[in-house]
Every structure is written in C-alpha cells, then in structure tokens.
Design a protein around this ligand. Structure first.
Ligand code: SD4
Length: 395
C-alpha cells in the first residue's frame, strides 16, 4: 500500500473522528430519539402483548421443541422479536436468500430498536455512548462479516454484510469500522444516543456507577478512574477502607440490561445463514466487545448441518463458542435439543451464575432452545404457521 494511500486513509479516519466528536457534543441535546420510531415500537409492544402471552402459555404447555414439516423456508430468532422475524420471513418467502433474510430481519430489529438493546439509542457504555456489535455468516460459503464496538453508524448488520461481501476480512472494529461503513455508503456519522440511554446513564452515574464490570480495583464502590487494587494495597494499604462488594453476574446481565437478536434462516434452496445485532452489555467498559460479532459464539451456520443463535452474558459465553459447539454436536448426530442443552451445560458447569441461552436448528427444520439463569423465548416462522410463533424454554 502506497504511503499516499495510507495518508489519505488516515486523513479520512481523522476527519470522520473529528466530525463525529463534534456531532457527539452538539447532537446529544438535539438529535435525541426518533419519537415516531419509539411510539410505534411501544404501541406495537402493547398490542402484541396478549398475543405473545397466549403463545407463550401454549408453548409452555407443549414443551420447548418442535419439528416442522421440513419445508423451507424457515426463520428463527432469539426473543419475541416478532416484527424482525416477519421481515426475515417476507424476504425468504419471496425467494430471496437466507443471507438477505437475516440481514432484513436484524435490520428491522435495529430500526425498531428491539427491547431498547438493538440498533441506536440503547445500552449506554460507561461514557454514555451506544455502540454496535453485529455479524452475518453464510452457511454455504462459511464467509463471515462482522463489526464490533462500531460507533456513529446505526446499521450494524448492513455494515457486517459489507465486510463479508466487499472485503477479505472477517471483523472490523471501533471507529475504523465506522469509517469503513460510511465509506461504503451507509449513513453516518450519527449520534447513537437517545433520551432513554442518556437518562439510564445519568441514573447509573448518580448511583456511583454501580453495578459495573470492574473487579479488583479501587475505588470499589464509586466511579473511576480505577486502579488495580493489589498494587495500591501494597503502596497505600487502601484495601481495608475500600472493600469490594461482590456483585452476582446476574445483577449486571439481566433480562433487561442487554439482549441480542440472533437470527437464523433457511431459504427456499435449503441454504442457511445467521445474523446478529446488539448494543452489547449496558454500562460496559468502553472498548468492550461481546459475543455478538464473534463467529461460533453468538451464531454459527453450516449448510450441511444447521445453525445456532445465542443471547446472554457474552463475556462468559464467548469463552465457550456455544454456537460452534451446537453445530458440531449436531454434526456428530445430536438432535438440536440435546445439542443446545449440552452447549449451555458446558458453560454452567464452570460458571453456575451465568445467564444465557441458545436456539438450535438442523437443516431439516427441527428447532429447540436451552437456557440457564433465565427463562428464554425464541420466535419461529415456518410455512405451516400463519404468523410468527413464540416458544418458551425454562432453565
Ligand atoms: C453481549 N450477548 O454483548 C450480548 C448481549 C446479549 O442478551 O445477548 N444479551 O454480551
């Protein structure tokens, strides 16, 4: 690469950065949430609640695994993200590819700001900023594109697709991911904060930045800057006056502190793809990347076998690559239900208080879920259903 080309690239990045920082300063007060999107999503939630509760009850009774007729297409996602699954279904039902379906489905979730933890305006980090992790994987070619800790660009899954289809890389991060996405035509730089994310962050600051993701640091019960506890102990003997309260992980990573959409689709050709999008963990340390953009952790697909999607405590889950595990267990002959349970129990054995879940589908359309530490729901649309159905899995 020529020096001039590199200079041009770094100039572009710097100008994006400067522009973005200015935006952050000036837009925090101006650009806040798109009220129409917010009210639509709230209204949709209210309307759908009775329907979701009915289906939930139904599937609690029926159990947590179902076999469909094996017809394609099929769309499955984590959580009751009904409109996202409908968007994926429309794509795949009209003959588009499995990759198109997961991109359309996850993108719908980003626009709807599903659960306030996908797309713009959700899960602030310690600086109050929202960032995006996303991934797409094509089970035909085993190509993957992903972005991590991406700032100022709201279209996570589309950025991931651009990485997959227009680069020979797999994962781009941070502001360089933003610069790439913008240079490839996605809108930005955009302020990703919303009035909710700012309010949540302000409340957390008022609560002395508790809970948080630090350990073995001082100050233990206040906001940073933090320092390693041990070295300060030696120097200043601070340990006794600043003892740490050990937070259970579940207080950091609960049902509403973070969610991921992980979606799998089988198209009419029988090809399989997966996609994910998330803001990651609320109040994460800036720079933290979760499992969302990690292949085999948040999602995995192999046309010959099936696919898996995950949600939960990504810091723990990414150490076990649960979705890779699920697909490989199915390759060895396990049914989706057993493969899902096995992947979750491998994690639970080492981290009994972790919170997480996976869904598994095989190439014949059998689907199942497994979870630990919370009740999990996943959504399915297949040809024999009139609309999306929600399946509930108990821990
Ligand atoms: C993460 N796994 O960043 C994601 C967030 C999530 O349910 O799935 N929450 O850790």
């Amino acid at each position: 690469m020529g020096v001039r080309h590199m200079e041009r690239m770094s100039f572009n990045v710097i100008s994006v950065t400067l522009k973005s920082e200015r935006l952050l300063d000036s837009l925090n007060s101006v650009l806040n949430p798109q009220p129409s999107t917010l009210s639509v999503s709230m209204a949709t939630k209210n309307l759908l609640l009775p329907y979701v509760m009915f289906l939930t009850l139904l599937h609690l009774v029926l159990g947590n695994e179902a076999v469909n007729s094996g017809q394609y297409p099929l769309v499955v996602s984590t959580w009751p993200f009904l409109d996202a699954v409908r968007a994926g279904w429309r794509a795949v039902d009209s003959g588009l590819s499995a990759v198109d379906a997961v991109v359309e489905g996850c993108s719908a979730c980003e626009e709807l700001r599903c659960d306030g933890t996908v797309g713009p305006g959700g899960s602030p980090d310690e600086n109050g900023e929202t960032t995006i992790d996303a991934l797409v994987m094509d089970g035909v070619t085993m190509e993957v594109g992903a972005v991590a800790a991406m700032r100022f660009v709201k279209d996570g899954i589309r950025a991931a697709r651009l990485v997959m289809e227009h680069t020979k890389h797999t994962l781009l991060v941070g502001e360089q991911a933003s610069a790439f996405a913008i240079s490839m035509g996605l809108p930005g730089p955009t302020n990703l904060s919303s009035s909710e994310s700012i309010a949540k962050w302000s409340k957390w600051k008022e609560n002395s930045c508790q809970p948080n993701f630090w350990k073995n640091v001082v100050p233990a019960n206040g906001c940073g800057p933090y320092h390693p506890r041990d070295s300060l102990d030696l120097i200043e003997g601070t340990c006794s006056k600043d003892m740490e309260t050990v937070e259970p992980r579940s207080s950091l990573v609960g049902l509403h502190s973070h969610d991921t959409i992980a979606m799998a689709a089988i198209d009419k050709m029988g090809h399989i793809a997966v996609g994910t999008s998330t803001n990651g963990a609320t109040f994460k340390i800036p720079g933290r990347v979760g499992d969302g953009p990690i292949t085999g952790s948040s999602a995995y697909a192999d046309d010959e076998i099936g696919a898996c999607g995950a949600t939960g405590d990504g810091d723990i889950m990414m150490r076990f690559l649960p979705c890779y595990q699920v697909v490989e267990s199915m390759r060895l002959g396990m049914e989706p239900k057993l493969a899902a349970k096995d992947a979750i129990s491998r994690i639970a054995r080492k981290f009994p208080d972790f919170v997480g879940a996976v869904f598994a589908i095989n190439k014949n359309g059998v689907h199942a879920g497994a979870c630990h530490g919370w009740t999990f729901q996943y959504s399915v649309r297949s040809p024999e259903m009139n609309d999306v159905e929600v399946f509930t899995v108990l821990p």
